[in-house]
Design a protein around this ligand. Structure first.
Ligand code: SF4
Length: 283
């Protein structure tokens, strides 16, 4: 199946987000999905444009709100493969409350964060992922705040699939997106996706020098939570691969009274009947 459409991305040449777009398209094709069974929901930022560049259902939402929308889509139609996407500013600043609750809720969706450690769309301000000392237009003397650690946060918040990738490694990225989609529960994939225009520190060369593949660490076991946390701390989170994965029931499997048939496929009369039944106990 072809997940390409005719829209030409207006990202800067060399932006890491191109690879993320290609990886989602390849993963969907490799998993034999159909465009009509895929929904890509994004937030605001350069990366938020991604929902318009993939042939699927899509919604370019509001800032920091990709996850509430994506979870609503999944609840309405569990038959859809739902991918939420956005940047580190979107998901780890204004949207961080939604991110944490979605992780502990364990709804069966995949969240891809294009982490460029800066706000690109608004021309280069410090983001929650910028390192301390990082000089930008909003911190001309260097950031005095510590960078947030998405992988540690995801594990401690209850995400059941936690992974990190580098956009230049399209092979590992595609395989990880496939694994995330196949995982039954909430999967978060943080992708180091360089902003070539505004971030002159965390460049492709910088990542190539500093990243370690978890597959290259002897004895690494992604089902071992303690090992995952220790490895992240040891490598300052500069690792790629599946960091942590556990099997536990997804939100959909646990919610009481969740109808067998997806809400989106029901006749309006039946939807209304179900709704009346649901609200009865609250009135
Ligand atoms: Fe990509 Fe940065 Fe250009 Fe935005 S400003 S499109 S993040 S390179």
């Amino acid at each position: 199946k072809d997940f390409r459409n005719s829209v030409k991305p207006n990202w800067c040449p060399g932006c890491g987000d191109f690879s993320v777009q290609a990886a989602i398209q390849r993963a969907a094709a490799n998993l034999n999905l159909s465009p009509e069974n895929l929904a890509v929901i994004s937030g605001i930022g350069c990366s938020g444009r991604i929902s318009g560049y993939i042939r699927s259902y899509g919604l370019h939402g509001i800032h920091g709100r990709a996850l509430p929308i994506a979870q609503g889509v999944k609840m309405g139609n569990r038959d859809l493969t739902v991918v939420a996407a956005g940047g580190d500013g979107d998901g780890f600043a204004i949207g961080i409350g939604h991110t944490i609750h979605a992780m502990r809720r364990n709804m069966d969706i995949t969240y891809i964060v294009m982490d460029n450690q800066i706000y690109g769309l608004t021309k280069g301000q410090t983001s929650p992922r910028s390192e301390d000392g990082f000089i930008t237009s909003s911190t001309p003397e260097g950031s005095i705040e510590k960078a947030l650690s998405p992988m540690e946060m995801a594990i401690t918040s209850g995400a059941s699939f936690v992974a990190q990738c580098f956009s230049a490694d399209i092979k590992e990225l595609t395989a990880t997106v496939e694994a995330g989609i196949q995982h039954k529960g909430f999967s978060i994939i943080n992708v180091y996706s360089p902003c070539v225009t505004y971030n002159k520190v965390n460049t492709y060369d910088w990542f190539k020098e500093n990243l370690t593949k978890l597959n290259d660490i002897e004895g690494y076991d992604s089902s071992n939570r303690e090992l995952a946390m220790n490895t992240l701390m040891k490598h300052d989170s500069l690792v790629t691969g599946i960091v942590y994965q556990e099997e536990r029931p997804s939100y959909q499997e646990l919610v009481k009274g969740y109808a067998e048939q997806p809400l989106a496929h029901m006749k309006p009369e039946l939807q209304s009947e179900l709704f009346q039944e649901f609200v009865k106990e609250f009135i």
